[in-house]
Design a protein around this ligand. Structure first.
Ligand code: BES
Ligand code: MN
Ligand code: ZN
Length: 493
């Protein structure tokens, strides 16, 4: 779907379908509150005011009526109740957009004029409404049916104009780039593990470079990683026939020599658990264990699309975690690129094993900040559920700035503590540290493990285990935390 801004709300005849908000002014006293509603009512010979008077239409949240117009002007006018405008949260606004679209999606015509951006809300500014509209619309149109041999026919998506003045243009551009990046992230996540392998992710890195002269992509093969001493990362793929890859995507949008912001993504393209094998139930969902990588690759695409004036490096640590006679075993000890040794007490705690070497590799870019993104711990789902991602950092101010970016992007993250008292849980009898910290505070001890490799820079870790995909009938990748990453980079630039 393509988007543009239209300044004049009263010009209804630019579109085939128009979406008009009906806001609540006083209890049980609904009236035509906007000029657009009055104009539409005239076009429809009073049908809107009649529907309100008869009780068929009201300002109640998501109550709606679709009016077909046989005369001059748009063919369809959807009037939808917004409830009390000051009660609209970002979440409810998104629902409103989705609900409005559901009533016209079957036959919207070539152009839709969406006036929901004109609703007066206490909590949402114009920028937020533009963002939420674009992201919700692109999500509503998202399909992943490339493996269905019989696909449902989807009508061509219309152009959508949002009512807003030119002050929203930059936000529109960022939102469109973000929404498309979320779709890339969703696609990569939803692809099965037999297709989306480490080599496939490396191809995505090359693709980004092919499409932009500001991007160079370098893929480190196992032999090069061996030379660098990345034995921890390499240990994870030892049981797999798929070669592990370290994918480095370098975006030069700022001055040469300006410190880059680095993103690091966990790219386990299938996590069976390895020798510490997982139970069978829902194991298919471990194809989503590369969603950190997918969100980082998505964020890079958005950075390219919005032509961000900053230097950004993405590092994807990718491997497949499988059991076999060549796989690493509980008790095995590996030397990381940093020189620290790790005792692998559980081969299912593999994410931190690939990330630690990628984080050490990040040092060579002299980063301004480093954010790693990973579906790292089941414990994160217990702590925060499926709505909020976790952020843990060696710099509280940086964690706060990420929470602010998340709030701005309606992609929430919440900080968990990382006090030194937790570090002891990683003590190993035989190596510098173990790769698990016991049942208690699993998300925190995982971050503590990573913190041993991030001492030389400002770093935050995002655990998206609970937010990266949904299970059940609507199983699928969500595209999170692309909005947060993009907003973080925009704010830093
Ligand atoms: N990829 C998983 C974490 C995960 C599990 C994410 C379920 C989303 C849903 C990770 O590699 C893992 O297996 N972590 C273990 C760590 C444990 C062995 C310390 C976990 O969370 O159980
Ligand atoms: Mn695992
Ligand atoms: Zn994993």
């Amino acid at each position: 779907m393509e988007f543009s801004l239209q300044q004049d709300a009263s010009q209804l005849d630019t579109a085939a379908s128009v979406i008009l908000p009906l806001a609540k002014v006083a209890e049980g006293n609904d009236t035509l509150t906007t000029d657009s509603l009055k104009i539409a009512d005239k076009l429809l010979n009073g049908a809107i005011s009649h529907a309100i008077a008869s009780g068929d239409l009201s300002s109640k949240f998501k109550t709606s009526q679709l009016f077909l117009n046989t005369g001059a002007g748009p063919d369809r006018i959807l009037v939808i109740g917004t409830g009390a405008a000051d009660e609209l949260s970002g979440r409810k606004y998104r629902q409103l957009i989705q609900s409005a679209w559901s009533h016209i999606s079957a036959n919207p015509g070539p152009r839709v004029l969406n006036q929901l951006t004109t609703v007066d809300t206490k909590n949402l500014d114009l920028q937020s409404k533009v963002r939420l509209t674009v992201e919700a619309m692109v999500q509503a149109c998202y399909r992943f049916d490339q493996f269905k041999t019989t696909t449902k026919e989807v009508p061509p998506s219309p152009h959508m104009a949002l009512v807003a003045d030119t002050s929203a243009q930059a936000q529109l551009n960022q939102s469109v780039a973000t929404a498309q990046a979320m779709n890339l992230c969703r696609d990569l996540g939803n692809l099965p593990g037999n297709i989306c392998t480490p080599s496939f992710l490396a191809e995505q890195g090359h693709k980004l470079a092919a499409g932009s002269n500001k991007v160079t992509t370098q893929v480190l093969e196992e032999a090069e990683m061996e030379t660098l001493g990345m034995h921890s990362l390499l240990s994870v793929g030892k049981g797999s026939a798929e070669p592990s890859k370290l994918i480095v995507i370098n975006y030069q949008g700022g001055e040469q020599g300006v410190q880059p912001h680095v993103l690091v993504g966990k790219g386990i393209t299938f996590d069976s658990g390895g020798i510490s094998i997982k139970p069978g139930a829902a194991m298919d969902e471990m194809k989503y264990d590369m969603c950190g990588a997918a969100s980082v690759i998505g964020a890079m695409q958005a950075v390219i699309d919005i032509d961000l004036k900053a230097n950004v490096v993405a590092i994807v640590a990718s491997a497949e975690n499988m059991p076999s006679s060549t796989a690493s075993k509980p008790g095995d000890i590996y030397t990381t690129m940093s020189g620290k040794t790790v005792e692998v007490l559980n081969t299912d705690a593999e994410g931190r094993l690939v990330l630690c070497d990628a984080l050490t590799y990040a040092e060579r870019f002299n980063p301004k900040t480093v954010v790693d993104v990973a579906t790292l711990t089941g414990a994160c789902i217990i702590a925060l559920g499926h709505h909020t991602s976790a952020v843990l950092s060696n710099d509280d101010e940086f964690a706060v700035s990420l929470m602010a970016a998340g709030k701005q992007a309606f992609d929430n993250v919440w900080q968990l503590p990382m006090g030194e008292e937790y570090q002891e849980q990683l003590d190993s009898n035989f190596a510098d540290l173990g790769n698990i910290g016991g049942r208690a505070a699993g998300t925190i001890t995982a971050a503590c493990f990573l913190s041993r490799f991030t001492e030389s820079f400002t770093w935050a870790h995002l655990d998206i285990a609970g937010t990266a995909w949904t299970s059940g009938a609507k199983k699928g990748s969500t595209g999170r935390c692309v909005p947060l990453l993009v907003q973080h980079l925009v704010n830093q630039a």
